[in-house]
Design a protein around this ligand. Sequence first.
Ligand code: SF4
Length: 250
Amino acid sequence: MDSPTLFPEPNRPQPPDTQLEDLHQRLTAAYGPFPPREVWDPLTQLIYSLLSARTKTAESHAVLRNLRDRYDGWQGNWDKLRDAPVEEIEQAIAGATYPEVKAPQLKATLQEITRRSGKLSLDFLTRYKTEKIRSWLEQFPGVGVKTSGAVVNFSSLRRRALCIDSHHQRIAIRLGLAPKSADARRVEELLMAIAPAEWSPEKLDEHHSLIKLHGQQRCTAREPQCRRCTLQPVCPTGGGDGHLGLSTAR
Ligand code: SF4
């Protein structure tokens, strides 16, 4: 008679992780599918991401529109913005938070990109692998993992990545998908490790947008509205069972 199997076979295929798919379906049911974003070239996305830190989305878009009008940036050519005096840029981005910090940072970044690549464009990044693009971008002041994730995922580069902003970081931790101590880089590593392999860059973008909206409308930093939250049954912070995943959730 065969002895009972005490240990699982080492190479046995594991079932796919369905936590993010479950999360995505619940948020889509609550908020509807997210409209596709307007995709920009990577340099315009970088400029927007630098300006939008701690600034509301509508105000960030207004600032970018103003810059495009003022410096002929509608075709992704930002030479006039790079060459403008810092004081003038500061005034042009006054609708964003901390313009006095962002203006010199922006000008220095545009100058440095020009110096390193011979012209003010990030189109050459299409030849690089995703990790190389991100480390190249993260050498510039003010560019961290959130901004590099936004550039590679949201722009015409369209690579697989998750932009972990403060909403995404907070919600991943509250849902038990990341430990409390996890910074944005660690949260992205943990989430990408369980993101379905078939999710396209566009789907990862939509997932980020749904989580961000949930963070703005329901799971806010100061007063999460757990009683009215569509994720409450599976959220340990809200008193749910903590069992995200399609096989156990319904
Ligand atoms: S149940 Fe509460 S903590 Fe959990 S996701 Fe919803 S609002 Fe956030």
